[in-house]
Design a protein around this ligand. Structure first.
Ligand SMILES: C[S@@+](CC[C@H](N)C(=O)[O-])C[C@H]1O[C@@H](n2cnc3c(N)ncnc32)[C@H](O)[C@@H]1O
Length: 216
């Protein structure tokens, strides 16, 4: 098998594991979310500075924990993408026609879904098959000046521990600031804000050709 088709097959196999794992644990996502985590999620959404009328893409949306905060900013549309059909069923039940669902890996999202003003990757950047390829795909979907928020409400240390305790999921660590800058090279995205603490990992990346000011 040659390089690209081997990689595509490996990514499909990786994604099947992700899909099955998250289909199986969908009920655990329906438990009440602690207030401090809700505050983190709202902060992540606010930090991306959604402008009214911008389109928003939520990658690895799960049951849509970010969506109530996203809708407060009056986006033109919200596309919620996930590999797990069970997660997306919950999103449709909760938000109906206020959200478009897409069962796909971000790498396979057709360009017709773009350009979008803001992309969120909350608690999913460690799950993707190839972080660099994911950033390239997001770079293509974002409008000039568009923002990508990569976040995890429990920080990179939590993801590191999860990677060790759940080998089946084949997780990746969240990149530190220097590694993220290197991963972003050539994607058209630049790092505008980075923080990584015990309670929140948050990176805001901005697509070049900025026509919307972003305050770090
Ligand atoms: C840990 S959950 C986080 C869900 C949600 N963002 C949240 O914060 O509650 C990760 C989600 O990402 C999805 N996922 C994993 N890899 C993905 C990929 N490559 N593209 C889209 N979704 C993915 C999983 O199916 C799962 O629903």
């Amino acid at each position: 098998m040659n390089g690209p088709s081997y990689k595509a097959a490996a990514r499909r196999a990786h994604n099947q594991v992700q899909q099955q794992a998250f289909d199986d644990i969908v009920a655990s996502f329906e438990q009440p979310i602690p207030e401090d985590v809700l505050q983190c999620l709202e902060l992540v959404v606010n930090k991306a500075q959604i402008h009214p009328g911008e389109a928003v893409l939520d990658i690895g949306t799960g049951i849509g924990v970010l969506i109530p905060f996203i809708l407060k900013h009056h986006p033109s549309r919200v596309v919620a993408c996930d590999l797990s059909g069970e997660m997306l069923k919950r999103v449709r039940a909760r938000f109906g026609d206020r959200v478009t669902t897409l069962q796909a890996d971000v790498v396979d999202i057709p360009l017709e879904q773009g350009p979008v003003g803001v992309v969120f990757c909350n608690a999913v950047f460690g799950n993707v098959y190839d972080q660099r390829e994911t950033l390239e795909a997001i770079g293509r979907l974002l409008a000039p000046g568009g923002r990508l928020a990569i976040s995890h409400p429990m920080g990179s240390a939590f993801v590191r521990r999860l990677k060790e305790s759940s080998p089946r999921l084949q997780l990746k660590e969240l990149p530190d600031e220097d590694s993220l800058r290197r991963l972003l090279e050539g994607t058209g995205l630049a790092l505008a804000y980075f923080s990584d603490g015990l309670d929140l990992y948050l990176a805001i990346c901005v697509k070049a050709g900025q026509d919307i000011p972003h305050e770090p």
